[in-house]
Design a protein around this ligand. Structure first.
Ligand SMILES: [Zn+2]
Length: 355
């Protein structure tokens, strides 16, 4: 797998005692550097997204505002949580350009790998066309989807988001779009307040937006069953050409900002299933973006487990059906099992999406 990383990502600064800080990336890099599977990754530097490219998703005025606030050189805030400082404009363009570079790397006629993990800051999924919020400046994954459509002729793209927070920016950008299927797993109710199961897209995008609003304490049985029973069949119907993943490790049970119950093993299993989807529909193409995750050890461990899940799936070719995936991952609980925390929600979603 390609890892996209640049030390410049450490320079974005939200101010003292902020949970979204450079230490997050430093701890991931340290874990990765000492990892036994490191030899199955290649680290590449990102490109810098041009201002014109950023404006594929964001309003010109908003992009200009980030530029001038950065040039001001002092820390200012877009909302109480989201800082802009001296290096933010360049750092945010490098974060978006991390996805562009990753797509270029996996898109050649004979690429070394078909997957990349963009270890970027600032994160992106709470960034809207005309404003940033929730630690996010530019919407990295949305820009990557636009880049893939415009430059690489990949039309139908699935975005799957397992950050603990609803990716309200990404949902908003693609809410009326039937070529981008956005799927989010998140704690609910929780920041930012959106992401109910009734938000399913509008206009021609109706039926192409899926939210799994999970109650506090939900663990991986709900995630895995949801992926196998709902996401896999929906992807069979949609047939994406590319799978993009918003990977937030604030859904880990140790995260200080949230209350879900995932573990390192959960990320391994989810990555295995996501890699299966990319293998079945996208010729293995998959781009993963770091979003949240504020407990250093849980985040670093989650990143490695995500990569390991993808590598193991690629080694194990016979994983094309949901029965095979269940067997491989030893997932044997049913929809009515007491281990499922949100059984009513899952059957409701099956009805809404006619599964
Ligand atoms: Zn988050």
């Amino acid at each position: 797998m390609y890892i996209i990383y640049d030390d410049f990502y450490l320079k974005h600064d939200n101010g003292p005692s902020h949970p979204e800080n450079a230490g997050r990336l430093l701890s991931i890099k340290k874990s990765l550097d000492g990892w036994k599977l490191k030899n199955r990754t290649i680290t590449e530097k990102p490109r810098e997204a041009s201002r014109e490219q950023v404006e594929w998703v964001h309003d010109r005025d908003y992009v200009g505002k980030i530029k001038s606030l950065s040039e001001g050189g002092t820390l200012s805030f877009l909302d109480p949580d989201t800082g802009v400082s001296q290096h933010t404009f360049k750092c945010a363009r490098l974060a978006a350009g991390g996805g562009f570079k990753g797509m270029d790397l996996i898109s050649g006629s004979d690429p070394g790998f078909r997957k990349f993990f963009a270890l970027v800051r600032p994160p992106g999924h709470h960034a809207f066309p005309s404003y940033g919020s929730g630690f996010c400046i530019f919407n990295n994954i949305a820009l990557c989807a636009k880049y893939s459509q415009k430059e690489l002729d990949l039309k139908k793209i699935a975005i799957i988001d397992f950050d603990v927070h609803h990716g309200n920016g990404t949902q908003d950008i693609f809410y009326r779009d039937n070529n981008i299927f956005y799927i989010s797993f998140h704690q609910y109710p929780h920041y930012p307040g959106t992401g109910s199961f009734e938000e399913t897209g509008s206009g021609k995008g109706s039926g192409f937006n899926l939210n799994f609003p999970f109650t506090a304490g939900t663990g991986d049985p709900d995630y895995l069953i949801s992926m196998i029973e709902i996401v896999l069949p929906l992807m069979e119907r949609f047939e994406p050409q590319l799978l993009l993943v918003s990977a937030g490790y604030d859904s880990h049970s140790l995260d200080p900002l949230s209350s879900l119950g995932l573990t390192g093993t959960s990320y391994y299993k989810m990555a295995f299933i996501l890699s299966c989807i990319s293998h079945i529909h996208c010729r293995g193409k998959m781009g993963i973006f770091l979003e949240g995750g504020y407990e250093y050890g849980a985040t670093a461990g989650g990143v490695l487990e995500t990569i390991r899940g993808c590598l193991d799936q690629e080694d194990f070719k016979d994983s094309g059906s949901k029965e095979a995936v269940r067997d491989i991952l030893e997932i044997d609980y049913g929809m009515d099992s007491p281990q499922i925390t949100n059984p009513g929600l899952l059957s409701r979603l099956k009805n809404i999406f006619k599964l």
